[in-house]
Write a protein that binds this ligand. Sequence first.
Ligand code: DC
Length: 238
Amino acid sequence: MSTHNPQHPQGVIITIDGPAGTGKSTVAHLLAVRLGLEFLDTGAMYRAVALIAIEHDIDPHDGPALAAALQAADLHFDFRTDPPPMMLGDRDVSRRIRESDVSDIVSIAAAHRALRGELVEQQRRVAERHPRLVTEGRDQGSVVFPDAGLRFYLDAELNVRAARRARQLVQAGLRVDRDLIERDIIERDRLDSGRADGPLVRPPGAVEIDTSDHTAEQVVDSLETIAREKLPDAEFKR
Ligand code: DC
């Protein structure tokens, strides 16, 4: 088999980049299940660092302090469960990192070069130990695994992305303000696209998919078809 995972000769990596509200996480996990690959949610890692900042009273603008706190923390996924929960030591923080105090500061924390460098290293180490992987995040195809076997970029119209985010919040039992959600998304896009290090970009050569008019299942159908077509020797689950 040819190399589709630069970290591992027998591996295969599929990356999914794109902005918030495109359904990236849902789609990436479903795709991993269908193809029999493992799943890496890199946004969870940035969120966990934001949680560390909150709990240790670290200013999210202080990159070196965040990077030092990350190095001191035992941040890892528990790959015995699917999807793998985000662990801080022996504490499962998967739900906690979706709360609004974390969401409010995560883009600020995610802008720091030293911190990104450390998380990129950790993501590549995950790909060595878990060589058959669907990985999802703003920079996975552009920076972390530019030589991955297959790279996707998901996008959707702003109003669709805001509606999806509103639905998630309602399902979580929270009150929603649609205007505020749209403003939040615009601001997060601005921060994620404008940062100097690992900005949100359309990776050249990635397959672009507009998810505006499609359900997650429909998007996964397309990605699965493309993956089986483009990587015929990857020995995916049938
Ligand atoms: O996908 P998400 O909402 O869980 O991501 C949380 C934040 O982390 C978001 O502000 C973008 C940032 N992020 C990043 O900069 N690089 C990644 N690979 C993944 C997420």
